[in-house]
Design a protein around this ligand. Sequence first.
Ligand code: SAM
Ligand code: SF4
Ligand code: SF4
Length: 337
Amino acid sequence: MLRDTFQRPVRDLRISVTDRCNFRCTYCMPHDEYEWIDKREILTYEEIARLARLFIELGVDRIRLTGGEPLVRKDLENLVSKLAGLPGLTELCLTTNGALLAEKAAALKAAGLRRINISIDTLDPEKFRKITQRGDLAKVLEGFFTAKACGFDPIKINMVVERGVNDDDIFEMLEFSRRHGCAIRFIEYMDVGNSNNWQSEKMVPKKEILEKIAARYPLREVGRTGGSAPAVDYELLDGAGDIGVIASVTEPFCSSCTRARLTADGKLVTCLFSEVGHSLKALLRNGANDEEILEAIRAVWGNRRDRYSDERLEAMNSARGYQARERRKIEMITLGG
Ligand code: SAM
Ligand code: SF4
Ligand code: SF4
């Protein structure tokens, strides 16, 4: 089995199908314009499916489609049906902002998509507009209910918690998820990309999130799904649901990180905070055979030594402290979450 320098296998592949997005969330993509990937450089669905098949040969068994906003890419269901048919895949998920989900949910389900995560940070329409800069909460909720009616189960809600922005929405979000029988994951605000002006004071640590929730709803820790999932799960002791917390900043999980990322223009990226990717597109488009592409992936993963979040925590705890802007990272919209 393929392993990196810290003996971590490659199990998950996050595929960014586009760097475009119909929102401009302040914590992710605050500006109007970016250096967009040229349309000709974007992998076709055939190219993505071929790479996915090769990653599965190397040990991947879970694929997540992401972006940018994956649903702004035309006919995403065509890619889903190609991937859903690949032997060896145990999970095929989508992370979306939900804005186009009402129109797309039925086709995605029919194509074989198994799970959906929807990002919703507040149920206050005005605040939602402020955070996303372009989003309409009503459309997103319509997407959520359509997906539910189409039989997606479980639907997971992702909420990025930002101090002074939506930390007072935690209970409303939790109660919404309980009422509608879906799981919710609270995400520590991270210093992704270079443009969100991250400050550690705006990050609400996992400990604080949990203390707040436990004061009203006693909890029991369940652990990480499969031992390596980013979220640590908790069961609410009243039996009405569970929650997860992704604490990339205060409780990093690099030692069990089995996630590879593929950008929309075919770069293999080995960490959410990487400065560079490794192009597989040139190989694809220059007629390389499967073995040559497999060899390129093996070489990149075999040399992987990423542990950015571990290093961030070490720096935060050191006398010097952590400077988020010291490293020029690839933007989150290019990488997918
Ligand atoms: N557009 C889709 C969406 O918003 O769900 C998929 C891509 S988005 C980059 C994937 C996930 O990353 C979302 O759940 C989003 O909330 C999360 N995310 C973006 N910026 C973040 C940040 N600075 N800290 C923590 N999570 C972030
Ligand atoms: Fe777009 Fe998702 Fe980033 Fe928001 S979090 S700007 S919806 S890619
Ligand atoms: Fe994985 Fe990089 Fe995140 Fe660590 S910082 S968990 S290596 S993606």
